[in-house]
Structure formats: C-alpha cells, structure tokens
Write a protein that binds this ligand. Structure first.
Ligand SMILES: Nc1nc2c(c(=O)[nH]1)N[C@H]1C(S)=C(S)[C@@H](COP(=O)(O)OP(=O)(O)OC[C@H]3O[C@@H](n4cnc5c(=O)[nH]c(N)nc54)[C@H](O)[C@@H]3O)O[C@H]1N2
Ligand SMILES: Nc1nc2c(c(=O)[nH]1)N[C@H]1C(S)=C(S)[C@@H](COP(=O)(O)OP(=O)(O)OC[C@H]3O[C@@H](n4cnc5c(=O)[nH]c(N)nc54)[C@H](O)[C@@H]3O)O[C@H]1N2
Ligand code: SF4
Ligand SMILES: [Mo]
Length: 720
C-alpha cells in the first residue's frame, strides 16, 4: 500500500487529499488533515476522483470519426490528420477561420494552463473563446479598468473579517468561487462565533442563505439597484472611510453624482428589499471593524454584471475595506501568475465580426460563437478546436450552437469524454487527467485566502500510448504555428525543454518566496513538503501592486459611466413589469458543471435536475407536485419534473445547468441514464452584459404549464 498527497483540482477550493493506493488501484481517498490550506476538508467530488480515473467511458487514445462510428488511431496519425486539415482550412480561408474554445477544467489543469497561452497566440486567430464569458468576464473587465489587470481579483479575507455580505453566491455548495475556500462552512461559522455577521442576498434560500444571519430575497437581475442604493446611502449618511484609499483613488466625488438618484426608497419595491432593510445593511456594514462585499455568479451572469462588480469593488474601496486585513485583499502567489500574464491583460483591441462584441484578454464572448460559425463571409469560423469545454451544454441557446458545430468543416476536441460537444469532432485527442497528472495550482492561488503553495506529483503513471495535455497542445502548436522556420524550430525546442516541472520550478524560484527571499522556494522544496507550504495571511499590497499606468484606481472609468445610462430604462421596465416567471440556475455539491455526471457515486439518489417553484406559483398554474411540466422561453422549451419549495422567491423558478445528456452519439453511459434537461435550451445568446458581451444565464423570462396527463409518462422518459 502507498500513500499519496495531492491537491484536488475539481473546484476552486484546492483541498489536500490523502490517497491510499494498492498497485494500480485506489483504496481510499480522504481529506489530508495536515494540508496547510484545507486541513482535512473534502467533499464528495474529491472522493469521486477515482471514478474519473477508472471510468470505462473515459477516452485515453485518439479516436477518429468514421461515419457514425469511431476508430482508435495512433497519435502520429491523429496529429498528421489534424495538421493537414486545419492547415488546409487556414490556407483557404485565413487564420480567423480557425476557432478555439477553452472550457473550465483548462483552468484547473496545470499542464493545459502552462501551455495554453503560447498555443492560442500561435494560432493567430481573433476567434478565441472561453468559458469565462459564461461566468466571470464582467469581473475581469472591471478589474482591468480599475486595477489595470483582469486577473487582479480582490479576494475576501474571510478569516479576519467581521461582516460578510454575499450577493449571488452559494459558497456552501460551490466551495467558494474566485475565493478558494476549503471548508467555507467552518470559516463562516467561525465568523459568526467571533460575533461577526454573514448576510446573503439571493432569490433562493440556499444552503448558504440558511446558515446566514440574514437572508434577503431579491428579484433576479436587480442587484445593480441594490448596490447603487448602497453607495447612495454611503454618501448621504457620510459613511465614507477613504483616508487611506484617497491617496491612490480618483473619481470619489463623481461616484456621489452617479449614485445620487438611486435612494433605497426608489429601488426598494423594484428589487423586493425594503428601504429600511437596505439602510440597515449599509449601517451594519459600515459599523463593522472589517467588512466584505462579495458577489459571484448570480450577479455576474446577468444583464448588469459589469455594473454589479464595479459597484461591489467601489463599496469595498469607499468603506476603506480594500487592501486591509478582514476586507478584500490581493494575494501574493508563490508563482505570480498575475505578473506573468501582464502582457495578456488587454482588452477592446478587436470586435466580433457579426455583432461587434469586444475582445477581452484576447477572447471574444462565447455568446457570439455560434453566429461566427453560421454567418457566411470573410472571417467565418470553419473549424474549431475545443479544449476541456462542453459549450453545447454550457453556453446559451445550445440548440443553435449544436447546429453550428454540426456545420463545421472540421473539429478537433482535446477532451476526455465523447460528450455533447465532442461528438461533433472529427478527431478527439484525449489527455491523461486527474490522478495521472502533476498538479500545481498556479491559477487558483491568485484567489486564495492565504499565500500557500503545494505541488502534487502524479499518483499513477500513464502507459506509453497515453499523452499529457501539454504534450498534445505543444505538438499541435509545432504543427500549426506559422513563421520563420529557423526561429520556430528554436522556439519549439525551448518550449519542449520547458516541461511543466521546469516551468513551475522557474516560476517558484523567480517568485516572491524564491531565490531572492529568505524562503528560497523551489519545486524540490515543495516536493519535500507534501502537505504544502504556508507563507502566511494576505498582506496589504496597494498601490504598488496596481497595474494601472499611473498606479491609481479610477472609480468612474468611462466605459462604466456609459453603461450606467442603461439604468433608467431598467427602472422603467421593472415598473411596468408583467407577472412572468424568472428562471435562475443552481449548483449541487455532487455535480460539477456538465462533466461529472458519469460518476455513479455522484448521480445516484433522487434526480437533481428538477424545476424548483414556490407553491403559490404552482397553485396559480394548477400544477401538481412532482409532475412533468413544460418550461418555455423565447428560445425553446423543456419538459421537466417540478418540485415545490418555499425556499424560492415567488415569481422565480430554478433549473440547474450542465444536464441534458440525451443527444445522439455520446458515450457517457451513466450520464445518459440520468439525462436531465439542458437549461441552456431556454437561455438566449442575444441577451448579454453590454460592456463585455458576457452571457446572461439568470433572470430568464419563462412560462410554465402543466403537461397533460396522457403525455406525462411518454414525455417523462425524455426528462430528467
Ligand atoms: N445556464 C447556465 N449555464 C452555465 C452556468 C450556469 O450557472 N447556468 N455556469 C457557467 C459556468 S460558471 C461555467 S465555468 C461553464 C462551464 O462550461 P464548460 O467549461 O464549457 O463546460 P464543462 O461542463 O466544465 O466541460 C468541461 C469539459 O472538459 C472535459 N474535461 C474534464 N477534465 C479534463 C481534462 O483534464 N482535460 C481536458 N482536456 N478535458 C477535460 C470534460 O469532459 C468536458 O467536456 O458553464 C456555464 N454555463
Ligand atoms: N458543487 C459544485 N461546485 C462548483 C461548481 C459546480 O458546478 N458544482 N461550479 C464551479 C464554477 S465553474 C463556478 S463559476 C462556481 C460558482 O460559484 P457560486 O457563484 O458560489 O455558485 P452558484 O451556485 O452558481 O451561485 C449563484 C447564486 O446566485 C443566485 N442568483 C441567481 N440569480 C441571481 C440574481 O439575479 N441576483 C442574486 N443576488 N443572486 C442570484 C442563485 O440562486 C445562486 O444561489 O462554482 C464552482 N463550484
Ligand atoms: S471542495 Fe472542491 S477541491 Fe475540495 S474535494 Fe471537493 S471538489 Fe475537490
Ligand atoms: Mo464557472
């Protein structure tokens, strides 16, 4: 028997795992109590890592489409074929004919992350997309404008705060997002035990809301008004604490003008929170010694995502809670990914061809991907590379994207499953994954609550016919990059020499705890410390850490001031609002976006893909508990079982995303048995956050009606 220590890569929490193996078999996975960061925390997904490793449906060798069938081919043949086809398409139509989409596990996978940026640049296409435009793009945009770098995420210093206000986040289930937080429940309970307050604003009484000291329902998509009123009260009641931040912050007075019109009394009935409650929240927030305003997916994937994140940052700045212990802070990661990406942190250099939506950090929003494939003309996408992504389930208007992918001349997928997206591919190149790969969380440490470092060697070795993700990416780069052959030959030799281990070692040695510090951190030092190393709590870093040219923060930057002009229309629209239901999403501890539904351990038990509805709304529509209902939007309709719950705001319904494993031609046999429905058949790619083009996945207007009795069983077979 052997014991391995390893950081779980599945979500952002970075839990340390203790894994017992016997030969090639996992005997046990549990939390590593000695892990410097997670101290033994684990969730059911961490245990399920072994299921991914053992999954008979997981792909290990390249496969090529042969009509309706797939055949296993050699890596050499696969690379040759991809090279020939993609180069032919580029030669014929130009570099923008090649599209690239990177999904969420790309960020959690060290090898992919380390080799992705060079590869993407080498493709020289404007048609790059990523899952972050279905997620935190508004936050990245706002960070870029305010702090000069899209990856400068202000991180809640949860362990030292006394007031935590969370909007549109369910950290007890997501385990914290853009805030890597193993055992968030324990951390929030400690906050409460030391007399602090945890307040949640969410249209659903989630697990987090149930733990909170206060929970307020809010009408989906109206957080911007709550936040404007918050800032309004700060000025009105003279609650500003800007003594320190004023030295490096501009636009403070402009904020007063911009928010003057939005009193709590104006917004209260529109958002569903009483004016007195809004005023009390602001008073409590400002009375707290340290306080944090935090917003996540619920305020990001809505029409006013950028405005929400701008106001959240502004609240932390105006109340003196930025860059302060117990407020929001900027980590100093051992391998400083933020600094390393300095040259990538640009935006608005080009626009999408069809709708003119902007590039941010070299990516166009995923909301334009389908139309860029479907609309003829110069620059049309003719071939796609998808890397660790399943946009056919995760992006809005899935039907349209599914159709777009089916029309491509060629598709390559670097993925471990034959799923809804990869089933369109001509060739799938599956990398080694999970327990077979080394891991160093150089991305998530930029949003960690402490400055820590932890390296995980692979638990199992791969066989000679498998490839690592970085090997696949590098090989594609070698074959697709255009330029002076002498120069490229040398460049590719250097890139090959710079293996993941060498890159990590270099990053650590040149980082803040490396050769120029007393810590002398190196890869070897991390290997000698399998539970990780802790470099302490987050430290104040401003204004030095700012990436803006003048080392100052501009609160009232022009793009956001412009966007604010949309608010009077929003108010008008809310005032004339109809009775329609608004659809929101939800997450489950035993699910991870679209791709872990093939683990029996996680999907067994009651169906998780159901519609949640308040009994009052159900009664109005004469719906029966647990019956099949039809949910329709302007885009499409799905049939799904309805569950009644008082935990959701009347007028709001919820369906989780990542389900709908019923499309022909996939091979995820467990997932297909518990297919569920795809909520993104109801969301529209046309409704976006204006400054960024980010997807709007919450607050979708829907209708729900009963499915006639005689269709209940027949349709039930298709539903979740
Ligand atoms: N309606 C609605 N839609 C949503 C959301 C929502 O809340 N509501 N959430 C959005 C969010 S936040 C996100 S991040 C996106 C996610 O969107 P995506 O990233 O497009 O989707 P995932 O489900 O994460 O798919 C991951 C893919 O990576 C593959 N994979 C897993 N591990 C590896 C690996 O090690 N290497 C490689 N190469 N591939 C691997 C899986 O097989 C799968 O195909 O979905 C978004 N979509
Ligand atoms: N178990 C599990 N963990 C995960 C994932 C997973 O799929 N499963 N996915 C990972 C990923 S990719 C991400 S991005 C993170 C996301 O992490 P979180 O943002 O913490 O997760 P969500 O559960 O999507 O929380 C969004 C909340 O916003 C609420 N909401 C919806 N609309 C509105 C609105 O208009 N206003 C307000 N105030 N709230 C609203 C929803 O009810 C929901 O509770 O989770 C990560 N962790
Ligand atoms: S909370 Fe996240 S990191 Fe921790 S075990 Fe679960 S999936 Fe892995
Ligand atoms: Mo995400």
């Amino acid at each position: 028997m052997k014991v391995h220590y390893r950081t779980c890569h599945l979500c952002e929490a970075m839990c340390g795992l203790r894994i017992e193996t016997d030969g090639g078999r996992v005997v046990k996975i549990e939390g590593d109590k000695e892990d410097v960061y997670s101290k033994g925390h684990i969730c059911p997904k961490g245990v399920a890592l072994q299921d991914i490793h053992n999954d008979p449906d997981r792909l290990k060798y390249p496969i090529r489409r042969k009509g309706e069938e797939w055949e296993v081919i050699s890596w050499a043949e696969a690379f040759d074929e991809v090279e020939t086809n993609l180069n032919a398409i580029r030669d014929k139509y130009g570099p923008d004919a090649l599209g690239l989409y990177m999904g969420n596990p790309g960020v959690h996978n060290t090898g992919t992350g380390l080799f992705f940026f060079d590869f993407a640049k080498a493709l020289d296409t404007k048609n790059r997309f990523a899952s972050h435009s279905l997620d935190q793009l508004p936050q990245m945009f706002v960070n870029g404008e305010m702090f000069g770098h899209q990856a400068m995420f202000p991180v809640p210093d949860l362990e030292r705060t006394s007031y935590f206000l969370a909007l549109g986040a369910n950290p007890l289930v997501s385990n914290g997002s853009i805030m890597s937080t193993p055992d968030i429940q324990g951390k929030l309970k400690s906050l409460q035990a030391r007399g602090g307050k945890f307040v949640v604003i969410d249209p659903r009484r989630t697990r987090s809301a149930k733990l909170a000291d206060e929970h307020y329902f809010i009408h989906p998509g109206t957080d911007v008004l709550f936040l404007l009123a918050f800032v309004h009260v700060l000025f009105e009641q003279k609650l500003l604490r800007v003594d320190t931040v004023a030295a490096y912050t501009d636009g403070i007075q402009t904020m007063e003008e911009l928010t003057q019109a939005y009193s709590p009394e104006l917004v209260a009935s529109l958002i569903g929170i009483e004016a007195s409650a809004i005023r009390q929240i602001v008073q409590d927030f400002c009375a707290a010694e340290q306080a944090i305003c935090y917003g996540r997916l619920g305020v990001s994937v809505q029409e006013y995502g950028s405005l929400c994140h701008w106001l959240i940052n502004s609240i932390n700045i105006l109340t003196g809670n930025i860059d302060k212990a117990g407020g929001v802070m900027f980590p100093r990661p051992a391998m400083d990914f933020v600094k390393l990406l300095k040259h990538e942190a640009k935006a608005f250099r080009w626009k999408s061809r069809v709708r003119g939506l902007p590039e941010v950090a070299s990516d166009l929003p995923s909301t334009v991907m389908a139309e860029e494939v479907l609309t003829p003309g110069e620059g049309q996408i003719k071939a796609m590379i998808t890397l660790a992504g399943n946009p056919v389930l995760s992006a809005p208007n899935s039907q349209q994207l599914d159709q777009a992918f089916s029309q491509l001349e060629y598709q390559v997928a670097i993925d471990i499953y034959l799923n809804e997206t990869t089933r369109h591919a001509n060739i799938i190149l599956p990398p080694a994954t999970a327990l077979e790969v080394l891991h160093y969380d150089f991305v998530l440490n930029i949003v960690a609550l402490r400055n820590v470092a932890n390296f995980s060697p692979p638990v199992f070795s791969i066989n000679s016919n498998q490839r690592f993700d970085w090997q696949i990416i590098l090989e594609l780069q070698k074959r697709l990059e255009k330029g002076n052959s002498l120069f490229l030959g040398l460049k590719h030799r250097i890139l090959s020499w710079l293996t993941p281990e060498r890159r990590i070692n270099l990053g650590l040695r040149l980082g803040p705890y490396g050769i120029f510090s007393k810590h002398k951190l190196s890869l070897q030092k991390l290997k000698d410390n399998p539970h990780g190393l802790d470099f302490g709590p987050l430290q104040p870093a401003l204004p030095k850490r700012l990436f803006t040219k003048n080392k100052r923060i501009n609160l009232a930057f022009p793009r956001i001031v412009e966007d604010l002009k949309r608010i009077p229309d929003l108010i008008k629209q809310l005032k004339s609002n109809s009775d329609s239901l608004l659809l929101i999403g939800r997450r489950d501890l035993r699910s991870n976006n679209s791709w872990m539904h093939n683990c029996i351990r996680l999907v067994k038990g009651p169906d998780r893909c159901t519609l949640l509805m308040h009994p009052k709304d159900a009664a109005k529509r004469k719906l029966e508990r647990n019956s099949l209902v039809e949910v329709s939007s302007s885009i499409g309709q799905v049939k799904i079982v309805v569950e009644f719950t008082e935990d959701i705001m009347p007028g709001v319904v919820s369906i989780p995303h990542g389900w709908g494993h019923k499309l022909k031609g996939t091979k995820i046999r467990v997932a297909e048995q518990k297919a569920g429905v795809n909520v993104n058949e109801l969301t529209s790619e046309q409704v976006v956050d204006a400054p960024t083009g980010n997807a709007v996945l919450n607050g979708i207007v829907v209708e729900v009606r009963a499915v006639p009795q005689d269709q209940q069983v027949a349709a039930g077979a298709n539903a979740g």
